[in-house]
Design a protein around this ligand. Structure first.
Ligand SMILES: Nc1nc2c(c(=O)[nH]1)N[C@H]1C(S)=C(S)[C@@H](COP(=O)(O)O)O[C@H]1N2
Ligand SMILES: [Mo]
Length: 549
């Protein structure tokens, strides 16, 4: 092993220990105050919109994992460099670790869960990194920093015999005092030349211990954090009964082979800017309704649960959903009508925007007129018969039929501020997305899958179509360039949910293109003009190719 490689690995191990231990400290100071999630969060909030769209479209709901892995790789490269540099100049190495700490601390300060101790995870991690790096460099023959030295010599050849090799106090070993590089500071005499021992095995063992400790503390910290999370509080929640029982699901809402009509919570798509979902304790949660209102209101969790609740099926959709994509889901939401709360608060004339703010500072804005036009816009606390999952906004979120999530569906909501569109731009607006965005009429083929093959004869084609709050009146399928044929619509519960459909296709041998288009309740057929998701939702007809043989 080249000395520089050893030093580089020592740097990576030191960084790993820093990151791992910081996760343990962050159990006490808040999960976002650990340096990696903190920096990742800053990146999410600051990358330009198009890059983030790219992230979402490429990684889908796994964009966060990709970000963490990417941050880890960058950090490893940086730490490798710090290790190599530190072998030549301990001071520069320290500066490298200091820079890491400064970035981590600065990022942690900006996180919503930052307290006065937000610096602690990074600083503890960095201190341990200094110690681990020193320890490892000493064993990697760091003292032989003389540029002339090439490969290390065989163990035991030179001066420092068994007495100083493994674990000696270090001061006399090839280390600390002998950093004889150009900027080594304490130049205690000339470089020692080959007079050192690289006990490679011992070094590797230490390296292994460091990585092991890093993994144990990192995963252990995350595990502890999840135990401390609001899971327990969520398990204790007893949801109130709705004032009307939900309309029973009609028979035949489900077409075989098509996406489930109700999306189970665990499969429900998740989109948000939170690297770690905010952990909100309902016992301290509050919702403040203020701004341009006659009568500001503050609600506690207890008070919210005492309000009249209704339960409604509503299909939520993300504006980033591509034609044919799956960033859409349908659930039974339990909540209190937001219109009634807004009426109590009394919006002032001109307050055309209802800004919703999450505990982590994320915002979205919905038209006041939409929230008050009588549709079932909910301040929701329940999803498919359970308290909201933490990923989906526990303890409370908004659900508005007919508007894309980024302009209406604030999770972990804590503030509602009546404002004007002219006065306030919510989170995604300065990033290039429309301030107002009703969901576009859309349809999707779920079966057969694109590229599938089938036997000739009758083939069932099926899928979903949605135009929330307008409803779906017609779905048509086109085979190749034949005339459009009407599909059979499945039952549905309301105009606020998607609708499944099926079509019996007399399939003949060959390669065929199938397309679908929907017509909404106001009689408008979805446009064939393709549009990308930005700025206000994708459009165009979903098209698949099927082989019949
Ligand atoms: N606090 C917060 N709420 C948020 C978001 C967010 O980033 N932060 N994303 C919104 C977007 S873009 C969508 S599509 C929906 C998705 O809700 P879901 O994750 O429960 O499916 O949440 C909305 N609510
Ligand atoms: Mo979204």
């Amino acid at each position: 092993m080249k000395l520089s490689v050893g030093a580089g690995l020592a740097g990576v191990a030191a960084a790993a220990v820093a990151v791992g231990t910081s996760e343990v400290v962050a159990v006490l100071t808040g999960p976002l105050t650990a340096p990696v999630p903190a920096v990742g969060g800053v990146v999410i909030d600051n990358v330009p919109g198009p890059v983030k769209d790219f992230g979402i479209s490429v990684f889908g709901v796994h964009d966060k994992t990709a970000l963490i892995v990417g941050t880890g790789v960058l950090l490893a490269i940086y730490a490798y460099g710090v290790g190599v540099v530190a072998r030549r100049s301990w001071r520069l190495g320290l500066a490298g670790i200091g820079l890491f700490a400064a970035v981590g601390v600065a990022a942690a300060q900006t996180r919503h869960d930052a307290s006065v101790f937000a610096w602690l995870p990074t600083v503890v991690g960095a201190a341990l990194a200094v110690w681990v790096l020193r320890l490892l460099l000493d064993r990697a023959g760091a003292g032989s920093a003389a540029p002339v030295v090439a490969e290390p010599v065989v163990a035991g050849v030179a001066g420092r015999g068994p007495t100083s090799a493994p674990g000696g106090a270090g001061a006399t070993g090839p280390g600390r005092d002998a950093t004889g590089g150009p900027d080594g500071g304490a130049t205690a005499g000339a470089p020692i030349g080959p007079a050192y021992v690289e006990d490679r095995r011992y070094f590797l063992k230490l390296l292994g211990i460091a990585f092991g400790a890093a993994a144990a503390t990192g995963f252990g910290g995350r595990w502890l954090a999840s135990r401390r999370a609001v899971t327990a509080a969520r398990n204790d929640v007893v949801l109130p009964a709705p004032r009307q029982t939900p309309p029973p699901l009609p028979a035949g809402v489900q077409v075989p082979g098509v996406t489930p009509y109700i999306s189970p919570n665990k499969d429900f798509y998740r989109i948000d800017t939170a690297l770690i979902p905010p952990q909100v304790d309902p016992s301290t949660w509050q919702l403040r309704i203020h701004g341009m209102v006659r009568n500001p209101i503050t609600l506690t969790w207890e008070q919210l649960l005492q309000r009249p609740m209704i339960e409604r099926y509503v299909t939520l959709a993300c504006v980033s959903n591509e034609v044919g994509g799956d960033l859409i889901g349908n659930a039974l939401w339990l909540g209190t009508p937001i219109r009634e709360l807004l009426e109590e608060a009394g919006p002032l004339p001109g307050a055309d925007q209802v800004v919703q703010r999450s505990v982590d500072g994320w915002t979205c804005g919905s038209p006041t007129s939409v929230l008050m036009d009588g549709r079932d816009a909910l301040l929701a606390v329940g999803m498919n018969g359970e308290p909201l999952p933490v990923d989906h906004g526990f303890p409370a979120r908004m659900v508005v039929p007919g508007l894309y999530g980024y302009v209406s569906a604030c999770k972990w909501i804590t503030e509602i501020e009546l404002s004007r569109f002219a006065d306030f731009d919510a989170y995604w607006v300065p990033r290039g997305w429309a301030a107002q965005a009703p969901i576009k009429t859309a349809s999707r083929i779920d079966t057969p899958r694109d590229g599938a093959s089938r036997k000739p004869g009758s083939v069932v084609v099926g899928g979903v179509a949605w135009a929330q709050h307008r409803g779906i009146d017609k779905v048509e399928v086109q085979v190749d360039d034949e005339p459009w044929a009407e599909a059979t619509l499945a039952a549905t519960v309301s105009s606020d949910t998607w609708r499944e459909w099926s079509f019996g296709w007399p399939a003949t041998p060959g390669q065929h293109r199938l397309r679908v288009r929907a017509t909404d309740g106001s009689g408008v057929t979805q446009t064939s003009t393709p549009a990308a998701p930005a700025p206000d939702g994708a459009s165009g007809w979903h098209s698949i190719s099927v082989r019949i043989d």
